[in-house]
Design a protein around this ligand. Structure first.
Ligand SMILES: [Zn+2]
Length: 118
């Protein structure tokens, strides 16, 4: 059982009280300039996802509380959640620093800018 706490309303529950929404922090090119999206950009947006062993960043929805989407940092090996944060925020800085592979690359610029939240 996965125990989850919504960072928006504070609702607590297991994974059946929430809805998994896949990878977090995905850029959606079609919403910013739909007329100038290449096939490769659209393909990447629709189908290309990270699948790390270890620390991963995901979207979840609070089904039985506020109904809002939020982000979670979870270890895919232990299944343990490490943090919950709002979709307008970045994960805690220590978790961005612990990220590996594609996630490390994704957070590199944000760490270099000294951001801990945005
Ligand atoms: Zn909630």
């Amino acid at each position: 059982m996965l125990l989850i706490t919504c960072p928006v309303c504070g609702a607590e529950g297991d994974e059946t009280d929430f809805h998994a929404g896949g990878e977090a922090h995905i850029k959606r090119p079609a919403t910013s300039d739909p007329g100038n999206i290449s096939d490769a950009e659209q393909r990447d947006y629709l189908f290309m996802r990270k699948n790390p062993k270890g620390l991963h960043f995901e979207r979840w929805r609070c089904d039985r509380g506020c109904g809002k989407w939020f982000h979670a940092a979870r270890d895919t090996v232990s299944l343990r959640f490490r943090a919950f944060y709002r979709v307008t925020e970045l994960p805690p800085r220590d978790l961005m620093e612990q990220a590996t592979g594609e996630w490390r690359e994704f957070f590199k610029d944000k760490l270099a800018q000294g951001e801990s939240r945005s």
